[in-house]
Design a binder for this molecule. Structure first.
Ligand code: PMP
Length: 354
């Protein structure tokens, strides 16, 4: 840290992303990426767009914004397109919270919420999940704070029905409620349909998981036009060209190839179910997940030890060194072949054969 860093930034506790090894020696199941490549149409569209890189990209999300809106059945001015959904989440902290207007989120959820809060000097209330890691929506009614809920939640994978989310949104009419649907395409029901009814709801989604485009950095938010205007006000005050020509072109092609996304999501959901069954057969506890990962633990072996032993066997999974979830591992659903290899390694480890 240099002596020039201002005091408020000295206190930051930055987010720790999952390991991103550069060598290809691991089966990588630690950062919830897709095992499938992006649609060929996205690759071609990005190549074509590269020919015009001397020009600034379109403003305001360009054609991509309209295509996303159309695919969701909302108006273009109800959508904001951002550099990953992390950008729209950060904008929400900046726009709707302040030192006098705190945020609230669960104790076990996406680790970036507390980082964004710190970055934007926003105090926050941590609301513990229940013992079984489910979220009780009653804890969020009338709390007079900007609410952030990941649904499905990460790293648990547990998903609330739209009717429960609606209770939180209608129960906080004077605060914005942000529903982070980064993993919604793997079996959950989106609450995007509620944005026409509630002027305080923002739903965020990403191209990083279901559309196999984590490397592109593309996300979006859906809300009533007033909230979207607020967020664009911030974009225009920091980085009006927040998306490159390459990621917008690739994103548009991905939206247009919705069948490809649907097929991949169905395959991942089906692999998740068979993998969960196999884990249970080996004596693991597995939370019911509707995401592209599962959260699991095995009595008698610590999460950290299992993580290290899998790493030694060439498989990377995610371990969080935090209270309550120390014994658990988050495992991304990869290809069937990769999951078979993992199950075999887990069998050998648990039978003390490795
Ligand atoms: N929300 C959740 C719950 C996530 O796990 C992630 C991915 N780390 C994000 C948002 C952000 O994803 P991205 O910026 O790649 O869209």
């Amino acid at each position: 840290m240099s002596r020039f860093l201002c005091d408020s930034m000295k206190a930051l506790a930055p987010y720790t992303p999952g390991e991103q090894p550069t060598e290809k020696k691991y089966i990588k199941l630690n950062t919830n990426e897709s095992p499938f490549p992006p649609t060929e149409r996205a690759v071609k569209a990005a190549e074509e767009a590269a020919k015009s890189l001397q020009l600034y990209p379109e403003l305001d999300g360009g054609k991509l914004r309209s295509a996303i809106a159309e695919s969701l059945g909302v108006d273009r001015d109800s959508v904001i397109v951002t550099n990953g959904s992390d950008e729209v989440l950060n904008l929400c902290f900046k726009a709707f919270c302040s030192p006098k207007s705190p945020a609230a989120f669960a104790d076990i959820t996406y680790g970036f919420y507390s980082v964004f809060a710190g970055y934007n000097c926003v105090p926050y209330e941590i609301i513990p999940l229940k013992d079984d890691f489910t979220l009780d929506v009653n804890d969020y009614i009338g709390i007079d704070k900007t609410v952030f809920i990941a649904n499905p939640n990460a790293p648990t994978g547990i998903c609330l029905p739209v009717s429960e989310i609606e209770k939180v949104v209608s129960g906080n009419p004077h605060n914005v409620v942000v529903i982070d649907e980064a993993y919604i395409d793997f079996g959950g029901e989106s609450c995007v349909g509620l944005v026409k009814k509630y002027p305080n709801l923002i739903v965020t989604q990403t191209f990083s998981k279901s559309r196999s485009m984590a490397g592109a950095r593309l996300g979006f938010g859906v809300a009533c036009p007033e909230l979207i205007n607020d967020l664009y006000r911030l974009v225009y005050s920091t980085n009006p060209y927040n998306l490159s020509r390459l990621n917008m072109a690739a994103g548009l092609a991905a939206v247009e190839d919705a069948d490809y996304t649907r097929r991949n999501c169905a395959e991942i959901a089906s692999t998740r179910e068979s993998f969960s069954r196999e884990l249970k057969a080996l004596g693991f506890e597995v939370l019911p997940s509707l995401a592209n990962f599962v959260f699991t633990r095995k009595e008698g072996i610590s999460g950290h030890e299992l993580y290290l032993r899998l790493k030694a066997e060439g498989i990377l999974v995610r371990h969080f060194d935090s209270p309550r979830i120390n014994d658990w591992l988050r495992i991304t659903i990869g290809s069937r072949e990769d999951m078979d290899t993992l199950v075999e390694k887990l069998r050998l480890i648990t039978e003390n054969l490795l």
